[in-house]
Structure formats: C-alpha cells, structure tokens
Design a protein around this ligand. Structure first.
Ligand code: GTP
Length: 341
C-alpha cells in the first residue's frame, strides 16, 4: 500500500490550529482525513469544538502530551489507524496531527523516522505552523516553543491579521523569515486558506532538518516524569526544562452557570490576569440554555459561541481549562463556583 502522507499542524497556544482544522474537515475537497488531536491539560475541549459529523473523517483523541508520549501514544495512535485501514475498517488518505500549543514539533516529526511501523505506513508530508499575528511577536519573545514551531515549519500560516495593522504584520513576517527563511508565509483568515497550502506540500526534507539540527535523529534517553505531563509538559527532545511556571488547571461543575455573574467574573479575570492567561477554553452549561456554550480566549481576547444541543442522554455540566503563567488557581476556582446557579 502507498504510504499515507501525514501533516503536523502546530502553532502556539490559541494560534488558530483547530479553527483551520475545522475548516479543512468541513470543506468538500475529496480528501479523507484522519485527525490525531493532542491537548495540554487533562481535559480535551477540542474534542467538543472539532466537527465530528462527517463519516469520512475520524477524530482520534489521545490525552497527555504528544511531546512527552511521542514514542508511546503517537506511535500507538498511528499504528492503530494503519491497522484499521489495512483491515478495511477505516478509510483515509491523509493524517493530520494537531499538536498542543506548547509542543516542540521536533520529536513529533522524529517519530516518522525512528519507528519502523510508523515509517512503514506513513510519509511525513510537512510541518505546518500557524502563527498568531496579534500575539505572535510576544510569544516568540517569551517562549522557546514558539520559536521552535516557527523554525521547524515547512509552511507558516499567519492568522488573525484582521486584528492588527500592516506594520505589525510586516514586522512579524520579517522576524519569521529570519527564524525560518525556507518556509513560505501565507495568511490564513479564520482558517480560510486553500487546501493546497496545508495538505500535500511534500515539504518535509530530512536533509534540511539535519542541517538545522544535526541531532534530529539522535536517540535519547527518555527521562522525564510522566506524572507531571498534564501540568508541565513542555520538554523538548533535548530535555531542556523550560516554561516551568506555565501550568494548566481544570474547573468542572455539574451545576449550570448564571450568565450575568459568569460574564462579569470572566470580564474581571481577563482584565486582571489577561497578560498571564495564555489560553483558556471551555464547554459550558448555562442556566436555561438547551445548547452548549463554547467559550475560549487568548490573553485579553475572549469570545464565545453557541455549540451543539445537549442530548437527552447526556449529563449536563461545564468544564473549563486554563493555561497560564503563575495563575492563582484557587481564586479562579472559587470565583467560578460563585457564578454557579
Ligand atoms: N480574529 C481572528 N480570530 C481567529 C482567527 N483564527 C482563529 N481565531 C480565534 O482564535 C481563537 C483560538 O483559535 P483556535 O483555532 O482554537 O486555536 P488553537 O491553535 O487550536 O488553540 P489551542 O489548540 O488551544 O492552542 C478562537 O477564538 C478563534 O476563533 C483569525 O484569523 N482572526
């Protein structure tokens, strides 16, 4: 059987990866795409956000962090998909792996060369990196992961250019070109981009990567602590520990929220803690509403959408994930509890 091309979709927290993926999954392009999702934090909210209504596409979830479990979960997910495909149980002709916003794509890409079973079934097509035009500059300043994601890209897609002026876009593009002169930079507007900018790029060139990182294929000891993955997973394949002050926590409740109280509380939260709130999202049960509310944000930019209807057989409740730098978890949790009905 021909090798299945795989795309690694990466980009910093909130850059617009899921928005892009959702658009691709909705578009009638003829590809049958299997998706492997990975999220920072133990609750997979993207699970709820991604469209899952097409029987042409499969969404394969794995909790934990791709960068920690790269030689474990990712290999298992890819191998399971390949076995099902060979057995005729699943049909797909492309795989997209959406990494967490804090992942270094290096080890994810490595999997395609280091694992025989994966290499026997898949061809790494390209690393596509989404960069947030509004927050990208700061993310590149503050986070090594953001630089690696840009540096490793075979294609850079600039999102949220609607939120900034041309000067800011030009400065960011110039910086991206300095970090990665090889990757073409295209704009993506709320995920709108030709499919040919994302799939079938055949952009991954091992020789290029070895030039940038001669250790790319080096086998390393896997020494870090998996118990900490959910909250502190930002190890790269050199096992440098960084971003240790970034942590994720989850709020869950089986009681509905009072809309006015929650709006006011979240508004205050982002005013006070916005600069440290790297990414937050949730699926909410609002009092009196028969549909889910999906809320999410990056720093001070917060928004919400109406989601799917609560099914009759579904237990109603809310779950939210906050990822930030030194956020006062107790203040968040206590405040949210006070917004419940
Ligand atoms: N203004 C604007 N907002 C955008 C654009 N693309 C995405 N967004 C918004 O940015 C937020 C984050 O988008 P996601 O697609 O969830 O980002 P992500 O990279 O998947 O986030 P994580 O996986 O959580 O790191 C959402 O509220 C999107 O609606 C864009 O081009 N312009």
């Amino acid at each position: 059987m021909a090798l299945v091309p795989a795309t690694i979709l990466t980009g910093f927290l909130g850059a617009g990866k899921t928005t892009l993926l959702n658009r691709i999954l909705r578009e009638p392009h003829g590809y049958k795409i299997a998706v492997i999702e990975n999220e920072f934090g133990q609750e997979n909210i993207d699970n709820e956000i991604l469209v899952q209504d097409s029987n042409e596409q499969i969404v394969e979830m794995n909790n934990g962090c791709i960068c920690c479990t790269v030689r474990g979960d990712l290999i298992i997910a890819l191998s399971t998909l390949a076995q099902k495909r060979n057995a005729g149980e699943l049909q797909f002709d492309h795989v997209v792996i959406e990494t967490t916003g804090l992942a270094n794509p290096g080890p994810v890409a490595q999997t395609f060369f280091m694992d025989d079973e994966v290499a026997a079934h898949y061809l790494l097509d390209a690393v596509v990196t989404v960069v947030d035009a509004k927050h990208g500059m700061l993310q590149l300043d503050d986070h090594e992961e953001a630089q690696r994601q840009a540096g490793f890209a075979d294609k850079l897609l600039l999102s949220k250019t609607d939120l900034v002026g041309m000067d800011q876009v030009d400065a960011l593009v110039a910086r991206l070109k300095r970090i990665n002169p090889r990757a073409p930079v295209n704009k993506v507007d709320f995920g709108q981009v030709p499919i040919s900018d994302v799939l079938d790029l055949r952009g991954f060139n091992l020789n290029d990567k070895l030039e940038i990182d001669p250790d790319f294929l080096a086998v390393e000891e896997h020494v870090h602590d998996h118990h900490n993955c959910d909250a502190h997973c930002s190890h790269d394949h050199h096992h440098a520990h960084h971003s240790d002050d970034i942590a994720a926590f989850v709020f869950k409740s089986e009681r509905p929220f009072n809309t006015a109280r929650l709006d006011e509380f979240l508004g205050n939260l982002v005013q006070v803690f916005g600069p440290r709130m790297l990414r937050y999202k949730g699926v909410l049960w609002m009092e009196g509403a028969d549909r889910k509310v999906v809320f999410q944000g990056v720093h001070q930019m917060m928004g919400s959408d109406i989601g799917a209807k609560w099914r009759d057989d579904e237990a109603r409740g809310s779950k939210m994930v906050f990822i930030g730098k030194n956020l006062p978890k107790d203040t968040f949790i206590r405040g949210l509890e006070q917004c419940l009905v």
